[in-house]
Structure formats: structure tokens, C-alpha cells
Design a protein. Sequence first.
Lengths: 228, 286
Amino acid sequence: MIEFKNVKKIYKNGTVALDGINLHIDNGEFVFIVGSSGAGKSTLMKLLLREEKLTSGNLIVGNYDLSKMGFGRIPRYRRKLGVVFQDFRLFENKTVYENIAFAMRAVGENNRVIRTRVPLILKVVNLEGKQNNYPNELSGGEQQRVALGRALANNPDYIIADEPTGNIDPELSRELMDMLVRIQKLNKTVIVVTHEQSLVDLFQQRVVTIRHGKIVSDRRGDMFNEKP
Amino acid sequence: MKSLNPLYMIGQAIKSMMRNFTLTGASVLILTACLVLTGSFYLLLTTITHNVESLTELNQIIAFVDEDYESDVIRVMVQEMDNVVGVPEIISRDVALEGMEDLLGPHEHIVGNVYRDALIITYYDNERLETLIHNLYSLAGIATIRNDIEVAEMLEGIRAIVSLIFISFMAILFLVTMFIIVTTIRLAVQSRELEITVMRYVGASKAFITVPFILEGTIIGLLAATISFIVQLLLYGVVRNALEGGIINMLDFSAVGEEILMGFVVIGVLTGVIGSCISLFKYMKA
Ligand SMILES: Nc1ncnc2c1ncn2[C@@H]1O[C@H](COP(=O)(O)OP(=O)(O)OP(=O)(O)O)[C@@H](O)[C@H]1O
Ligand SMILES: [Mg+2]
């Protein structure tokens, strides 16, 4: 469960990026965040990742109250999140397998767990057989799936993706979204920032629109079905 | 709680050092240079102190008797002076000549014996030494006095100056070393920027991210300390051999070796660790 209560974010230079956000996201929901450039979408993601601290209001993610959380608890909290970066951020000198295993090593997972878990993840992201390839031997879509696999490595409750389809062509974006929907079905909460209206229309999920740091519309997924 | 795997940490540190081989090597060498200089200064100070001590501990001065006077007579007069312990020993001019010839070779080119009889006077109170020397000089039969206290005082003076130079010199050297180490570790951090970013996002602990770099600093420190110790040992041997038999009494290296090694390890590792921590400041906070 994610709960934004009257959340404001004012950057040091005085920019008001978020101005009173109230948003409730249930466990297992799939949410698109849309809005024009500079609306505050990335800021919202950064608050969730605890990359930035909110200026006022309350933000609760599961058992964590981010408005009160100290630095010491950030690592533990972040293990609940899986992040997909727009620019993939894969290690060019590591194989697909090692890229995914890296995330597990980083939290001190032992090799036995890694050896059993990585193949499962490769299956989820449809990369079986590619485990020994290096990123530059993969297509853009495949690379993006490696990034997604790495986000899933530590079995997070929340998947957070800021413009994950920014660097790949529309067909592959759809493929990635399909995969995110499948991952949501594994009872994970998925939050995707995008400006690709076609994707939003196609997937008929909940859509939160932000403008000038405020939520201006929150359309539930099932409302699509009510449309004629 | 999953614990940090020390082997993995050390592996990461060594990998990183290999990647930055040139700069790591430079760090080790510069730190080594600093340590050896520090060690040399320390040994110089120790040697001076040691010599000052042995000079003052003896509580003896040597008075040379004028050729026109009888040493026996003078001895009796000196013996009665305040602050003098026991009967002064006479070293006759013949013995002195023999001794000097033993040390310097036959004095063939010098006709006759140029040496004087000497009285070795033992006293008990350093404080009243000046009075004793004054009294001795006022005695007609005393030609001159060799006073090791003056040598000791001069050495004390040298020691003070050496210490001052030493401290300022070291401060500068260690700042330079620190700068090099900070640069080395910062480069190591930069070359792993992506890894660090990903580690932070997946929730790696602060220790997991920073320990390999701190270890890297520690290894640089330990390497430098080991090399420095060996260099210092060899250097000391060379200097000792060169000064063998001279007036400077040099300690056995084993008497100071342990202190030197400990000092090198502590200074080396501290410099390395502090250097890494400075480079990692940004990651230590959050
Ligand atoms: N670190 C920062 N310091 C100061 N201002 C910032 C910072 N990051 C973002 N901003 C400002 O905050 C506002 C919201 O930015 P944000 O990145 O959240 O927008 P966005 O909706 O993600 O836009 P885009 O679609 O272009 O990615 C913008 O006006 C931006 O200039
Ligand atoms: Mg953005």
C-alpha cells in the first residue's frame, strides 16, 4: 500500500515540483503516471525511491513512513522496491546472468540462492538462453528486460519505472508493458511513468495525471470498459 | 541479517586496485617515501636522545693537567672539592698516546708526546656542575676541561631543531600523501559509479558499498608500511656501518624495529583509511 497525504516537494532552488499530492495505491495495483514535461512525475518517483525527501505531508509505503524515515533505514526500505531505469544502466562487462546476480550480491544474498533464483527470473522476463550474452549482444528490448529482471532480483513488492520505454520502439514498449502487467499479476504493485498515450490507451489501467505538481485526474482502469 | 562476506570485500578491493594500477602504485610509493622519511627522522631523534642520555648519565668530566704540574698533587686538590665523588682517575699522557695511536695509527710525523695527563672526575650533582667547572678552572694546574655536558647541550639544541623541521616537514608530506590517496580512491569510486548507483537502488547497505574502498585504502597503507619497514631496515644498516666506531653511538635496529613497524602500520593504515573516507564522504552520508 502506498499513501501520499498532502505531499509537497519544494527543491532547494525554490521550484515547487509537487504541490499537495493525495494518492492511494493498493497492493497489486498497476498505475500509469502521466503528465507534460516538468509536471512533477519524476519527482514523485524520486520521493518513492527516497532519493529526495519530501518537504511536507506524509508518505507511507507498506510499513515505512518515508516522512519520518532516517538515512539508516533507506537500504532496507529500498529492497522492497524494484527500479527500472530509462537508460537501462546495465553493466556492459557483465553477462545477463551476472547483471541480475549483481543485485542479489549487493544485498548479501548467498550463491546458492542466486543460482536458483536467477534462472527463474530469466524465465519471467523471457530471456532464457541469453544468460551468457553481454548487453551489447542484445536488442534494445532484450536489454530493457534484463533491466527489469535485475529490478525483480530481490523479489520486491513494488516495481517503479520512470519512462521505461523511452529508449525503445513502440512495439517493444508494448512487449515490456505486457511483461509488467504479467509481473503485476504476481501480486506486485507496478507504477509506470510514461508519456506514450498509445500505451496508456492500450493497457486500460489506472491513470493518474499530474499537472504543475497537482493531480488533475485519476481514472481507474475499469472506467475504460465503461466507455462506449 | 545477511552478513558482509569478507572475501568478497577483499576481492572487490583488489580488483579495484588492479584496475587503477598506476595510481595505486603511485599512492603506495609516495606513502612509502613519507614513511621512510618519518622513520629516518625518528631514528635520528632516537639516536640523538640516546647519545644525550649516555653522555649525561656518566656524570664524568675530564680535566687535563698542565705539563708544569704534578698530576698527583692536582688530584688531591680536586678530590677535596665540593661535588666530587671518590678519587679522580689519572690517565697518563703515555697511555693517552698509546690509545690515540691505537685509534688513529702511529703519530710518526709528530715529535714527542703532545698529550697531557688527564683526570677523570666523577661528580654527583648535575645542578652544581657549573660551580665545579668554575672551581677547576681557577685551579692553576688545570689546563683545560672536556665537558660532555656541553656536547649534550649542543645535541639537545640540535634535537629541538630537528624535531621542529621534522614536524613541519611531515605535516606537509602527509597532506600531499593524503591528497594522492584521496585522488586514487576517488578515481576508483568514479570507475565504479554505475555499480554504486545500482547497489544503492537495490538497497545495498552503506557498509557493503563503502567497505571495499576503505579496504583499498587499508591495503595501500599496509603495503606502504611493509615496504617502508624493509627499506628502513636496510637504510639503517648502511648508515650504521658507515658510522661504525665513530663517536656516535647507534642503537641496534632491533631495539627500535618494533616501534618503527607499529608506527608505520598505524600511520600507513590511518592515512589510507582517512583518505578513503574523504573520497567516500558523499556515500557515507546517505
Ligand atoms: N533536483 C532538482 N532541483 C531543482 N529543481 C528540480 C530538480 N529536479 C526537478 N526539478 C524541477 O521540478 C519540476 C518537476 O520536475 P520533474 O523532473 O519531476 O518533471 P517530470 O514530470 O518528470 O518531467 P519530464 O516528463 O520532462 O521528465 C521541474 O520544474 C523541474 O525543473
Ligand atoms: Mg521525468
